[in-house]
Design a protein around this ligand. Sequence first.
Ligand code: HSE
Length: 382
Amino acid sequence: MRIGLLGFGTVGQGVYNLTKPREDMEVAWVLCRRELALPDARVTHDFLDILGDASVDTVVEAIGGLHPAREYVMAAMQAGKNVVTANKAMMAEFYDELLPLAQEKGVLLRCTASVGGGIGWLSELERVRRIETVRHVGGIMNGTCNYILDSMTRLGLGYQEALANAQALGYAEADPSTDVDGFDTRHKLVVSANIAFGVSLDFSAVPAAGIRYISDTDVAEFKKHGLVCKLVSCANAYEDGYEAYVEPTLYPITALEAAVPTNYNLITLEGSTSGRQSFYGQGAGRYPTAYNVVQDCMDFIRGRGFYCAYGPKTPVRNDRKKCYYIRTAHPDGWLEGHTAGHWGEAVITEQIAVAEAHSWLQNHPGTFLCALPDGKEGIETC
Ligand code: HSE
């Protein structure tokens, strides 16, 4: 296998180093903006050099972001090259273009590192689907948010201090919005659900609530009730439709999710025969991510492409009801009408539909919203 590697940042360098000693694959080209000299690969600033080299059979996209990643990947597949990517944003937002094109051109496409980093989550979903129906996918998919929430819960740090530590460690970007507002988790959820259920969920209908406005008083309140807050994704397949959303969620301290430390991920599926299976590991980082990129290349050598066939475009309806913890500086009639009790400064709502709660949140910036655990045990006010 001769690889054209797009990008030589954290993941790209990891892929280069992991493939170096291998005899079954080699990085032939590296696309890199800065000046770089490599002993055994040609370096270029021009993607067309890679596209035009017929000896390159596989493109590894490690530049991230939507553009020009999408254009490069589409062009590579048009030219008959297989593609491995770790780019969840591109896979989620252009799923309806990328997978049909791969199928039409008969090229192989995989993105295992895009969800769960070093966890073989998507490739395991593919195996699960061979013999059973997946009813649920979701869990802790963002290491940065888990690091912040874990630091607030276990170390008693405030949000800003925890975020600054996450930035110092290289987990969070200078602008942390993609992580803390839940958008990264939404991308990962949509990619996972599309593969698990064999559909193409309407991405724009998947709401995401993040952790930007959580405070140390919220965390103290949760502790009083024996609960831990995590940012989680959830997608369910029902007989009559699909639900998918991202929101901070409370777990009893005895739950597996509550125990997930620092920047780890814990991703779960529920199969119709196997029941719950959870996958724990490093959701990011150079070598965990590069590991799954190289695994995808190995799968290409064995002729394995995407995890499922492209499925139909499918609406999302989030009408399941839950109780929420809502702390806002702007209470209104809707909130008063749904109040079942109070925890400190926050309202505990009666059961309301997920879609309704998220749509109210959209119009109340600065609010922190968090779902209570399923079931009412121990939640006196709900
Ligand atoms: N920002 C992401 C995270 C990186 O923190 O999980 C891995 O996708």
